[in-house]
Structures are given as C-alpha cells and as structure tokens.
Design a protein around this ligand. Structure first.
Ligand code: SF4
Ligand code: SF4
Length: 183
C-alpha cells in the first residue's frame, strides 16, 4: 500500500489557441497596464509579461507568457518549423535570458515573469485572458494530487529507531522508565 501522503494543489493554466489569435496585442496592453506602478497608470508593452510573436505574412501569431529567469543561456535549443518556415531558435522561448532582450523591464533591465495577475482580492481571470476577445486565451484551474513533502525526522527519532532495532522496544521503554525515576 502506498503510504505517501497526498495533498491537493491548484494548477492555474492559460490555454493558448494560436488559430484564434489575430495579433491584436490587447493581451500585451492589458498586462502592462495591470503591472504598471501605480496600477493602470501607464501602458508600455515592453513591460508586458506576455509577448505575441507575429508573422503577419503567414498569418501566424503566437502569444508567449514570460517564464522563469535563467542566468545563463541554454546550451540546447529548439528549432521550430511552422508551415515550412524555420524560426529563430529563441523565438518561442518564454525565459528571460541574458542573451536576448525579451521579458526585461525596459528601465531597470530586471527580468519579468508572468505572475498570473496576483491580486488582492484575486481576479476572476488573468488580465490577458480578459482582454482577449477573440478567445485565443482561456483560463483554467484544476486540482492535482501532489505528494506531501516527507516529514523531516529529527536525529533523536533516528537514534531511537536504531536503538529499538538493536534492543527491542520493551527494553528501551523499561530503560527510559528506570532512568526517568533516577533523574
Ligand atoms: S489579445 Fe488574444 S487575439 Fe489579441 S494578440 Fe493577444 S492572444 Fe492574440
Ligand atoms: S496572466 Fe497576467 S501577468 Fe501573466 S501574462 Fe497574462 S496578464 Fe500578464
């Protein structure tokens, strides 16, 4: 029997349907406005945490959300070929990386990462999804079971376990009872 404890975690996702994206960039505008300081005080798509890769000649628009910051450029790359056109190997990468300018705050140079529009109180759905009237972005939440972090065992517990293995629990209990009386 699996004795590992399971707990529930909410996974937040934005499903992207590239066929529905028309490249209007409303998602970029909404994201940059939401993250302006103060909120909605300015719009600058260079500050957006979503970027629409556009190939208007081929009618290809791919919204990419900013992912993790990486300190070093990766040494393995993906090459995408879409409708016969080969794209630059970094084109669809969501990382803020030192080897390119994408997903960097234009003034400070600090990396930008999608935070799913954290807000108090929480938004019903992220701003980019709200702004996308073409239905290219859909917000979904689902519960997944994850394994609970194993409880850290202290050195006393580990030591006692070893003593029980060696002498048996009765002898250990008797010894503890005797010693408690003496001290
Ligand atoms: S708002 Fe929607 S349709 Fe417009 S660029 Fe963004 S994802 Fe595409
Ligand atoms: S979820 Fe929020 S932070 Fe992330 S890209 Fe969309 S608008 Fe920006």
């Amino acid at each position: 029997m699996d004795k590992k404890q399971k707990k529930k975690k909410t996974v937040k996702e934005i499903k992207v349907d590239t066929k529905k994206c028309v490249g209007c960039r409303a998602c970029e505008i909404a994201c940059s406005g939401f993250h302006a300081v103060p909120k909605y005080s300015s719009v600058n798509t260079a500050r957006s945490r979503i970027m629409v890769v556009m190939d208007e000649a081929r009618d290809i628009f791919v919204p990419i959300r900013a992912g993790e910051y990486t300190e070093a450029e990766c040494n393995g790359r993906n090459r995408y070929v879409i409708d016969g056109k080969e794209y630059d190997e970094c084109t669809f990468c969501p990382a803020s990386c030192p080897s390119r300018g994408a997903f960097r705050e234009p003034d400070s140079g600090l990396p930008l990462k999608c935070d799913m529009c954290e807000n108090v109180p929480p938004l019903e759905q992220p701003m980019c999804v709200e702004a996308c009237t073409f239905g290219a972005l859909t917000y979904e939440e689902r519960e997944v079971a994850v394994e609970a972090e194993p409880q850290q065992r202290g050195e006393m517990e580990i030591g006692l376990e070893q003593l029980i293995k060696k002498y048996g629990s009765k002898k250990i209990m008797d010894t503890v009872a005797r010693l408690s009386k003496e001290h």
